[in-house]
Write a protein that binds this ligand. Sequence first.
Ligand code: MN3
Length: 247
Amino acid sequence: MSDRRDFLKKAGLFGLAGITSKLVSNEQINTLENFGQEIMPVNTFTLPPLPYAYNAMEPFIDAQTMEIHYTKHHQTYVNKLNEAAATIKIDFSVDDATKCKSIDASTPAVIRNNLGGHYNHSLFWTMLKPNAEAKPNLPKGKLGEMITKNFKSFEDFKKEFTEKATKNFGSGWCWLIEQDKNLLITTTPNQDNPLMKVAEHQGKILMGLDVWEHAYYLKYQNKRPDYIANWWNLANWDKAEELYTQK
Ligand code: MN3
């Protein structure tokens, strides 16, 4: 049902209603959205295509949560950021990670919150990987070795990350970062991230978990620990390894 609703909405958006008789795939929608982005001005933030279908993370993250999270929450950060960029100067000659690195205590809250929201979610979608069959999901490669070295074992790492993600009060994120060649688990409030000068611990982001209620409330209600426990099935360790080994 939600795919059909989504189709009807997108079809209306792109003026396709009536000229096509079958459902449009997410890939086709992404192509249309990419086309839309290409004709937009350069100094504009755009919602990146979601690299999978809304139901791809089932049964651990439900399709409706994914759809609302992406089309409403992430889109709103993008919209508010663009509104703010109309009056506040933003350096568009650098990438979004570099823009985040320049955020300090003097940055207007509207930029800090919405740039963080846009950057964090753009990254978050790529840090999830479908795993409907709940196959064992462990970091491998160089990062896998480093996690074992830093935290004694993957289980010890998992325990510490789970605890910090659970205890991050209110809305925020839990991160695995690299700092001075060591790995560290850290949390940020709201839409801050470890690239920003305002973060308690700064470093290279390797993995991140959104613990805002909007990320889990429909399926898990107040049970954040259940959401976190299920998220371990979806953590995209291939992406984390790519980030870790990228110089
Ligand atoms: Mn979110």
